[in-house]
Design a protein around this ligand. Structure first.
Ligand SMILES: [Zn+2]
Ligand SMILES: [Zn+2]
Length: 179
């Protein structure tokens, strides 16, 4: 496949270990899973991606300690389900805040009219790690990526839609940053 990287997104992380605080409690949702576990599951998906030499790239983990990175519900005025705010030093990512819209309904797993936390956090963690959207250049979807609609890093998501499977676009775009 072909892919391109947008230079502004080619960040380098300083450390392979990233502790992330989740700004809400471990309250059980339908199905028994917690929102907290949904975030952890998304982290583990990125943790499993290996570089071209088969080595681990990053280790994201949940923490309650001091850290620059967090996932929180936020009330903001622009029409986005979630977004990621980096803390940068030059082109190095020191940390990031992942904002999820507090005005939307969230679920762990499929629920009509709700956004699946794991789906959206998986996408936002991609941004946290420096991965750009496909068709970031403003072109209309579907783009150069044959799997455009299925890409975790496709910029669109719908309520009640589960998209938790990495496509080659997602992992290749990630690996090239850290290679
Ligand atoms: Zn695309
Ligand atoms: Zn995005």
């Amino acid at each position: 496949m072909t892919f391109e990287t947008i230079p502004e997104y080619c960040f380098k992380r300083h450390s392979a270990l990233v502790g992330i605080v989740v700004g809400w409690g471990q309250n059980k949702r339908k199905g028994g899973a917690t929102r907290w576990e949904a975030v952890r599951a998304a982290m583990q998906q990125w943790n499993k991606v290996r570089d071209t030499k088969g080595k681990s790239i990053v280790s994201l983990y949940l923490t309650t300690g001091a850290t620059d990175s967090r996932v929180i519900y936020s009330n903001y005025s622009f029409p986005k389900i979630g977004y990621t705010e980096h803390i940068l030093r030059g082109d190095e990512i020191l940390g990031a805040t992942i904002h999820l819209a507090s005005t939307e309904k969230w679920s762990v797993g499929y629920s009509p009219g709700c956004y699946d936390i794991q789906t959206v956090v998986l996408h936002e963690l991609g941004h946290m790690l420096g991965v750009a959207h496909c068709h970031e250049d403003g072109s209309e979807p579907p783009c150069f990526s044959k799997t455009c609609e299925s890409n975790v890093m496709n910029p669109y998501v719908s309520p009640g839609h589960i998209k938790r499977t990495f496509q080659e676009y997602d992992t290749a775009s990630y690996i090239i940053i850290y290679d």
